[in-house]
Write a protein that binds this ligand. Structure first.
Ligand code: CP
Length: 317
C-alpha cells in the first residue's frame, strides 16, 4: 500500500505515524539524533541545516514538552519558527483547518508541526500541501504521537542498546494513548520481542494482540522481569464516562510504587511521556527516583525532533 509519509524513492517526506515506517528509517532517525545530542553543549549551539526555512507550530491542543522542544529543535537548526496562537487565531472564528493551512502556506511555510484532537488531521494536511512542504504529527487524537515514540526509542536504545533481547511493559490508559500506539509500532519494527501492555480491561483496547503484544490485566504479571516500564497518564479529558471507579482505586491496582517496581529487573528504567499524574499512575518517589529517565526523555526529544525535521526537509515529494 502507498505510504503517504514516503516519496517514490522510499524517503521520508512527512512524519505522520511510526506505523508502516521501515526499520531503516527509524534507525536512521535515531542515528541522526545521536549526532545532535551534544549540540547544546557547544559554544555555538546552532547548525545551518534549516537556514532560510520556516517552521510553523500549530498546536490545536495544549502542550508543554512537544511544542517547546520542537521550537528549540527548529531554532537550533537555524529555522525561523512561528508559533501560531490557536486560541487567538481565526480558527477560533471558525476558519477551517485547510483554509488555515492554505493561508499559512501563502506565507512560505516549509514545515508544519501539527497537534490536533482529531485523529487523522495531520494526514489531511499532508494531502493538501505543496510538494516541498512537510508535515510532522505532534499528536493527533488517540491515533499517533510519532516523535514521542521515537524519543522513547532513543531513550531505550541509549540505556539498553539492542532491542532484540528486551522486555518492555507499557502500563496504564492504553485506550486513549497515542504514545502507546506509536511506541508499540516502533518497538515491534525495531525487533523488540516482548512488548506487554498492562491495564484494566476498560483501558486496554481489544485490537492489541493483533499488533504482536501481550496483554496483561495484573501489574505484577505485566512488569515482572522487564527491562523498561513505560507508564502512561490517565487521560481523564478523553474519557467519556466512568471507565474507572476512581483514581485512588486505579493507583491501588496499577500505580507504580517502589515496591512494585522491584518486580521488574533491578536495572529496569522507568519512563513516562508526561505530564505526570503523581500518585495516580506513578508514585512521586518513582518519578523522581534513581531508575526514572523521564527528564532525559524530554532532553532527547530535542535531538530527535532536530533529526526528524532535518531528514524530511532534505526530501521532496
Ligand atoms: N509528551 C507530551 O506530548 O507532552 P506535551 O503534551 O506536554 O507536549
Amino acid at each position: 500500500m502507498n505510504n503517504p509519509q514516503l516519496n517514490r524513492h522510499g524517503e521520508l517526506i512527512h512524519l505522520l505515524s511510526t506505523e508502516g515506517l521501515p526499520r531503516e528509517i527509524l534507525t536512521h532517525i535515531l542515528d541522526t539524533a545521536a549526532n545532535f545530542v551534544g549540540v547544546h553543549q557547544r559554544e555555538v549551539k546552532k547548525l545551518p541545516l534549516l537556514r532560510g526555512k520556516s517552521v510553523f507550530n500549530l498546536f490545536f491542543e495544549n502542550s508543554t514538552r512537544t511544542r517547546t522542544t520542537f521550537e528549540i529543535a527548529a531554532t537550533r537548526l537555524s529555522a525561523d519558527v512561528i508559533n501560531l496562537d490557536i486560541a487567538r487565531s481565526s480558527a477560533a472564528k471558525g476558519e477551517s483547518l485547510l483554509d488555515t493551512i492554505a493561508n499559512l502556506s501563502a506565507m512560505a511555510a516549509d514545515i508544519f508541526v501539527v497537534r490536533h484532537s482529531e485523529s487523522g488531521a495531520p494526514y489531511l494536511i499532508a494531502q493538501h500541501v505543496a510538494p516541498h512542504v512537510h508535515v510532522i504529527n505532534a499528536g493527533d487524537g488517540r491515533h499517533a504521537h510519532p516523535t514521542q515514540g521515537l524519543l522513547d526509542m532513543y531513550t531505550i536504545r541509549h540505556h539498553k542498546g539492542d532491542f532484540s533481547r528486551l522486555s518492555v511493559a507499557i502500563v496504564g490508559d492504553v485506550l486513549h494513548s497515542r504514545v502507546a500506539r506509536s511506541d508499540i509500532h516502533a518497538l515491534r519494527t525495531l525487533g523488540c520481542p516482548d512488548v506487554r501492555v498492562v491495564g484494566p480491561r476498560t483501558l486496554v483496547p481489544p485490537d492489541l494482540a493483533a499488533m504482536g503484544v501481550r496483554v496483561c490485566h495484573e501489574l505484577e504479571e505485566g512488569i515482572r522481569g522487564c527491562d523498561v516500564v513505560i507508564t502512561l497518564r490517565l487521560q481523564n479529558e478523553r474519557m467519556n464516562g466512568a471507565l474507572l471507579p476512581s483514581s485512588q482505586e486505579y493507583f491501588q491496582r496499577f500505580g507504580l510504587t517502589p515496591e512494585r517496581l522491584r518486580w521488574a529487573k533491578p536495572d529496569a528504567i522507568v519512563m513516562h511521556p508526561g505530564p505526570v499524574n503523581r500518585g495516580v499512575e506513578i508514585a512521586s518517589s518513582v518519578v523522581d527516583g534513581a531508575q526514572s529517565v523521564v527528564l532525559e526523555q524530554v532532553t532527547f526529544g530535542i535531538a530527535v525532533r532536530m533529526a526528524v525535521m532535518g531528514i524530511v526537509a532534505a526530501n521532496e515529494a
